[in-house]
Design a protein around this ligand. Structure first.
Ligand SMILES: Nc1nc2c(ncn2[C@@H]2O[C@H](COP(=O)(O)OP(=O)(O)OP(=O)(O)O)[C@@H](O)[C@H]2O)c(=O)[nH]1
Ligand SMILES: [Mg+2]
Length: 454
């Protein structure tokens, strides 16, 4: 536990964003909060009662008039004594209040420090603390609802249920180790297999919910790639609903990578328009092609755009295949269908999924959107989804791999100790999600990305 926990400082920060607003909230947390509050407003207000007061400077002159609230620990956001000052939301007023608190013995809070204290004081676990930031940063209603569910502990209790199933299995295996003469039979019996099946089932459920949650938060990144003039920029404009990119009949129009964030029923879609792929002696265009290739390797999916009036067989894809990252899935998008005879290309050839659209008329765009949602099994209803991060999915994957190792060892009738050890590692990976077990730098990374005052 950090040293600050035994003798915590008192911290202060504006809880409202910088700038002007109706109200500006300054929050003070720590052992000196009651003393600071009393000095600032003359008398500490009754706990949990909003009290109209004057905030006083050192000379006793009023800085502002507003509401003061006192939340004695542990019944506060951080679990410490907290004083909240609600003044007028002007940057000068708020800064003067913060400075006055510093004069009285507080120090400026670091990003996420209030929530970090809430975590150390067991007000929230790590997944809930992260959900606080995700709720603040939510880019859609669905994402906000999912973050709210995680904040209320739904995700944590799913992980908890999974952990219990793992511990249960481990206890069972360890009991077998204690009776070596029975061990072989014990590990071969139906009971242990049944418990293992339960654990696997749990994993599937939690992983599905967390996968949806991560999609809601981070979304899907797709790169529009293809030959020059195939209509990539036109497609971007169609998806974005406005003229984001320059479109001309001149091949090689786009050079820089353009990014647009689009919302498909709550799924955040990051669409990147890139330079048409061809070998060019133009240094600017060649750099554009290099960047296009780099973006493709980081994408969740490449939409390979083909001008069907010019290349109905999609030969461009075969030509460029070697340039495309091998591990990123591709969808072939046959564009300019308005120019064709309206007949979709033959679908008999195996290979990447194919769609037929017209960026000019908008034909096929709904199918494209539906395809993108399907490609990640996104459920638009968002019902029951929780917010989750890449970190959570990675921990779940690691835990699952350990359980699968344990299962393999069980099949090979290996020693119970090995199985128990794998299960212990699985449990440790799960504990990282809620923060029961964590590497020291993990907290710094998580809370460092919060806004100040939260
Ligand atoms: N008829 C028709 N023309 C289209 C369609 N989509 C794009 N075009 C035309 O095709 C030409 C090239 O379009 P862009 O969107 O600039 O193509 P691009 O793939 O971004 O081209 P570069 O940036 O040069 O790589 C323009 O003249 C567009 O008007 C379509 O669906 N139908
Ligand atoms: Mg373009």
């Amino acid at each position: 536990m950090p040293e600050t926990m035994s003798h915590p400082d008192t911290i202060v920060a504006s809880a409202t964003p910088p700038g002007r607003g109706g109200v500006g909230v300054v929050r003070v947390s720590g052992p000196k909060a009651p003393e600071i509050g009393a000095a600032l407003v003359g008398d500490l207000p009754t706990p949990r009662h909003a009290t109209l007061v004057r905030f006083l400077d050192k000379a006793g002159d009023p800085i502002d008039i507003g509401l003061a609230l006192f939340f004695p620990g542990p019944h506060s956001y951080t679990g410490e004594h907290v004083v909240e000052l609600q003044g007028h939301g002007g940057p000068v007023v708020v800064e003067r209040l913060v400075e006055r608190c510093i004069e009285l013995g507080a120090r400026r809070a670091k990003p996420g420090e209030f929530t970090e204290r809430a975590f150390h004081n067991d007000k929230v676990d790590l997944a809930q603390a992260e959900a606080v930031a995700d709720l603040i940063d939510a880019g859609s209603r669905e994402a906000a609802r999912a973050a709210m569910r995680s904040l209320q502990g739904e995700f944590s209790s799913m992980v908890q249920g999974l952990t219990e199933a793992v511990v249960d299995l481990r206890t069972y295996v360890e009991a077998a180790i204690d009776f070596p003469e029975e061990e072989v039979d014990f590990l071969g019996d139906q009971e242990v297999h049944a418990r293992l099946a339960t654990v696997r089932g749990h994993f599937d459920g939690v992983a599905a919910a967390a996968g949806q949650g991560r999609l809601l938060r981070d979304g899907l990144t797709v790169v529009l790639a293809g030959r020059p003039n195939s209509g990539k920029s036109s497609l971007l404009n169609r998806l974005a609903g406005y003229d984001a990119a320059i479109v001309t009949a001149i091949p090689g129009t786009t050079r820089d990578v353009l990014r647009e964030r689009i919302d498909i029923d709550g799924l955040p879609l990051h669409v990147l328009d890139t330079a048409g792929l061809r070998d060019s002696t133009d240094v600017v265009e060649a750099e554009g092609v290099r960047r296009a290739t780099a973006e493709m390797s980081r994408a969740d999916r490449v939409l390979f755009v083909i001008d069907c009036s010019d290349d109905p067989a999609g030969r461009a894809f075969e030509e460029q295949r070697a340039r495309l990252p091998a591990d990123v899935p591709v969808t072939l998008v046959f564009n300019k269908m308005d120019l064709g005879d309206g007949l979709p290309m033959s679908d008999t050839i195996s290979g990447p999924p194919r769609l037929h659209v017209s960026a000019r008329t908008g034909m096929g765009l709904d199918q494209l959107r539906a395809h993108l949602k399907d490609s990640v099994s996104f459920l638009s209803t968002g019902n029951g989804s929780i917010s989750a991060r890449r970190r959570h999915l990675e921990a779940l994957e690691r835990a699952r791999a350990c359980v699968e190792n344990a299962a393999a060892q069980l099949d090979q009738r290996r020693a119970g100790e090995l199985i128990a050890e794998e299960l212990r590692l699985a449990q440790q990976a799960l504990d990282e999600i809620t923060g029961v077990f964590h590497a020291d730098d993990l907290l710094g990374r998580i809370f460092g990305s919060f806004c100040i005052g939260k």
